[in-house]
Design a binder for this molecule. Structure first.
Ligand code: RAM
Length: 916
């Protein structure tokens, strides 16, 4: 019910619900069917799926008369013909419930290879039924090691003693093949495959997939992911050939800085099992076994993640993966049994793919080389279409930036050679991309090409590669630099979600640094559909947890030395909680709860009287540190204690959501005790004592709820003093920066937050933009026009951590936030401030698209919002509302001057108000 007030309001419901969809006959309404069906963490019709107890989600269509769901019914069957009348796996029956996301499967147990066809219908708020959705499908992969009849196969690539850039033994890529004959006709064929290394597979000369470097990167001593391909269309009756290339990848390459772990790695291997169902119903299997043959004399001579790939076209083996090839010079492979202690599990998120192409924007001639500028720092490989002379070798180098004198800046790659070589076998234009490596770059330098030809920009195209997820949100504003910041954040995401969340994509690291991940994770959830990406990596985190509860600071672990860092290991509480907050799916909490408890216990073991002495990278790369330390000025003990309390708090909250009352009480009490000890040890009447007084000390105290109510105001005052001392600039590193916006906003200092965000001078977000950044940099001053590159070699120009500000841009500048986990209720509360005059953002919530766009003209404020079906939104309108049209869809709920709140039903609306 709309309640009148003494204001004259004007809100008009735009053509909110597009069309009534579609009444089949006059008196019986059939609502439009559910849309966007997905299973578990957002998979659409997956093949080789990992989850035998999936959850189902769907969205109600945006349509007049569909506000909310009052009931649903799900059917699951083993073949599509059985739907909707004979669902043999599950019939949920009509459930009176508004739940349209994460509904757990409760049908017959599902096993490896099971095909499941499912559909859903819903009833709306008036108990009118929809038609059945279209039938969706998933097929499980091989869930158990015992499903594998094949053996690991490979050649002994160690004995060739090929040395890499660090004098380490490296493995030449192997080419493995097998011919086989099928007598009958094929009904369907599945290829289950994985590698200790990275692979590319073809059958009868045809590429089976466009996956990049599968199977991806997991803690290989614990678990290797397997991939399933539908190869029904490439297998023929009669003679067939399967060919697999396998290279070192993450498994057998050099990774990290502990030489003893990569100087002598295990040889790469392949495991594959081709399962065929013939038209007569019989089954056949082709396995990787000792009947395969292999060679290392193929064209890819070496390929290393850090160092790059070398290709010799003279060694191409035309048709090697077809029937018309003689492998008489090849040797038999070695075989190895499938180990029982390394779990083989279907990949639980999407593989890396070629996602975008970037054309060269500028071509620079420099001595005998050509430099191709894509004008965007990116991650992936170049597609090269370059004229060559027979026998010549093309050298391909990369850089993120040029030095002021125009030369290549590669110091920041450190020991990563990041160079490709291609030797031509004939005159003419080659077309080539490296296959088992990737680079972080904006510039590509070529030498060794046919210099009699006129250089052309289209010799080089950038192929952008990242885990195959979709964009999930949009954010644009009237401010060019804020838009550039948003673009830099998105490019940081594209560049560092390469199967795992990496710190950086270009130098000799590219590893799953946990601190960076916890800092940027929340922002990534707005910009991309990354639930499955994070849920999968969290499994790797669980698998990497040390026996004493410690979480390594890099996952997958590259050190195995029991070392941890506060603020890094806390990824195990922070990411699950944030995902739950954004999705409302309790599964992410269930899966990770034991790990959280283990980590909190580890914090406790590293503390005395609740004061932490845990090792810490601390407020990493804080600008202008008094002590000159990369770890910043903030006390490590203060940081450790703050994260101890915070992780205990998140574990308590998780226990509460999971209905574990005793655990809730235990961890809540622990949190309070640690908070209490924290305040006593490090603060006196809200002011830091005993240790260095820093912005981050106050931010941690206020953001993590560690300051008693009576001292909060003082703590805030001291924080503001510290910021003022810094000439209203931030002095925060990796850990402090993400907390700035949250704390300043919640303590009523949003003007100051706007000031920090729009600062142009060092250190600030726009400072790097003013120096030409097209991605987020590792350091606030990685480069400056005045002083050139930061002298430190640890100077990545694609390091997403400071992009953490993106979360606040969505939540407060655009104003879209969940009111309860998962956006079942939404808060739309934008904060219009100068210098912005307009902002527009949208986000795909589990229920559909929510949008908020606002514009100011003088002191007139216009807001347009879109609220998805099966949710409600609370719109907090700044200023004095102008007028409102009476409608059932909007209800005024509070009416304080300058802060009116409306409860809004699904639809599209415009509001107008006068700002003070
Ligand atoms: C650097 C990484 C990462 C950071 C650690 C502490 O080497 O790049 O960003 O988390 O150090």
């Amino acid at each position: 019910m709309f309640k009148k007030s003494n204001f004259k309001y004007f809100v008009y419901a735009l053509s909110a619900f597009i069309f009534l969809n579609i009444a089949s006959c006059k008196n019986q309404v059939v609502l439009q069917d559910p849309q966007k069906l997905t299973i578990s963490e957002g998979f659409k019709n997956p093949l080789g799926f990992y989850d035998s107890t999936p959850a189902f989600s769907w969205q109600l269509p945006v349509s007049e008369g569909i506000l909310s769901q009052s009931a649903y019914q799900i059917l699951a069957a083993s073949s599509p013909e059985l739907l909707p009348d004979n669902a043999d796996l599950w019939d949920s029956k009509k459930q009176i419930s508004d739940q349209s996301v994460w509904v757990k499967y409760e049908g017959k147990p599902l096993e490896s290879r099971q095909n499941v066809y499912w559909q859903v219908k819903y009833w709306n708020q008036d108990n009118e039924a929809s038609s059945w959705s279209e039938v969706n499908h998933f097929e499980l992969g091989l869930l158990n090691n015992s499903d594998w009849k094949a053996k690991w196969i490979g050649l002994d690539t160690k004995k060739e003693k090929v040395l890499g850039s660090q004098n380490n033994i490296i493995h030449r890529p192997q080419y493995l093949r097998k011919g086989f004959e099928l007598s009958g006709e094929i009904a369907s064929a599945r290829l289950y495959i994985t590698a200790k290394g990275v692979f590319d597979v073809s059958i009868n000369g045809q590429d089976v997939s466009d996956d990049v470097m599968p199977p991806g990167y997991t803690p290989y001593k614990e678990r290797i992911e397997t991939i399933t391909y539908d190869v029904s269309d490439v297998i023929e009756s009669g003679q067939n050939t399967i060919g697999v290339e396998v290279a070192a990848g993450w498994h057998s390459g050099r990774l990290g800085w502990k030489k003893s772990l990569w100087s002598n790695t295990e040889t790469p291997k392949v495991l594959c099992q081709l399962e065929l169902i013939m038209k007569d119903g019989s089954k056949e299997m082709i396995l990787s076994d000792d009947s395969w043959k292999g060679t290392t004399n193929g064209p890819i001579r070496v390929s290393e993640i850090y160092d790059g790939e070398t290709y010799d076209a003279n060694l191409e083996m035309e048709g090697w993966a077809t029937n018309n090839f003689s492998d008489k010079d090849w040797v038999s492979v070695n075989t190895f049994p499938v180990e029982s202690n390394i779990r083989l599990e279907p990949k639980r998120h999407t593989t890396v793919k070629n996602k975008m192409e970037l054309a060269t924007k500028e071509l620079i001639k420099k001595d005998t080389t050509l430099i191709f500028d894509l004008k965007q720092n990116m991650v992936g490989v170049p597609l090269l279409k370059v004229p060559m002379k027979k026998g010549k070798t093309l050298k391909v180098r990369f850089a993120e930036m040029l030095s002021p004198d125009g030369t290549f800046y590669t110091d920041n790659y450190r020991s990563a050679q990041s160079t490709n070589y291609y030797t031509a076998s004939e005159d003419g234009i080659i077309e080539w991309s490296p296959k088992f490596t990737f680079h972080g770059f904006r510039y590509v330098e070529l030498s060794g090409f046919d210099d009699s030809k006129e250089p052309s920009k289209d010799w080089v195209t950038g192929i952008v590669q990242y885990s195959d997820f979709d964009a999930n949100g949009t954010f644009t504003s009237s401010h060019e630099k804020l838009n550039q910041l948003q673009s830099n954040i998105v490019w940081g995401l594209r560049g560092n979600f390469f199967d795992i969340p990496t710190d950086c994509p270009q130098r000799d690291e590219r590893m799953g640094w946990t601190g960076d991940a916890q800092v940027f994770g929340p922002t990534s959830m707005f910009n991309a559909d990354v639930y499955k990406f994070w849920a999968s990596w969290m499994q790797s985190v669980r698998e990497s947890q040390y026996d004493n509860g410690g979480i390594p600071f890099v996952v997958p672990d590259v050190l195995y030395n029991n070392q941890v860092s506060s603020g890094w290991g806390d990824v195990c509480t922070i990411i699950p909680w944030k995902i739950y907050y954004r999705t409302g799916d309790k599964k992410i909490l269930e899966e990770n709860f034991e790990m959280m408890k283990g980590w909190v216990a580890h914090h406790e073991a590293t503390a005395t009287d609740y004061i932490s002495s845990m090792n810490s990278f601390a407020d990493w790369l804080q600008p202008l540190p008094d002590n000159g330390d990369t770890k910043g000025d903030t006390s490590h003990s203060l940081i450790g204690t703050a994260f101890f309390a915070h992780s205990a708090h998140l574990t308590a909250k998780t226990a509460k959501v999971l209905g574990k009352t005793e655990d809730f009480e235990k961890y809540d009490e622990l949190y309070k005790k640690v908070a209490n000890a924290f305040e006593k040890q490090f603060f006196d009447n809200g002011k830091v004592k005993n240790v260095a007084e820093t912005q981050t000390s106050y931010l941690l105290a206020l953001a993590f709820g560690l300051m008693s109510d009576e001292h909060k105001a003082n703590a805030k005052t001291h924080l503001l003093e510290k910021i003022a001392d810094a000439d209203n600039h931030l002095r925060t590193g990796f850990l402090g920066t993400p907390l700035l916006s949250e704390v300043l906003d919640e303590t009523g200092e949003i003007d100051l937050m706007y000031k920090l965000l729009f600062n142009e001078t060092y250190p600030s977000w726009f400072y790097s933009i003013n120096q030409g950044a097209t991605t987020i940099w590792e350091r606030w001053n990685s480069y400056s026009k005045a002083e050139g590159f930061n002298p430190m070699k640890m100077n990545s120009l694609n390091h997403y951590a400071y992009g953490a500000i993106g979360e606040w841009m969505y939540e407060r500048i655009a104003g879209i936030a969940p009111l309860e986990p998962g956006y079942k209720t939404i808060r739309i509360a934008p904060v219009p401030k100068e210098p912005l005059t307009s902002v527009a953002a949208s986000l795909n919530t589990p229920y559909g698209k929510v949008a908020s766009s606002w514009e100011t003209k003088g002191n007139e404020f216009h807001l347009q919002v879109v609220v998805p079906p099966n949710t409600t939104a609370k719109v907090v309108l700044p200023g004095t509302p102008e007028s409102i049209e009476e409608t059932n869809s909007i209800e005024l709920i509070t009416n304080e001057a300058g802060n009116d709140e409306f409860l809004v039903q699904p639809g599209t609306y415009s509001f107008t108000s006068k700002l003070p």
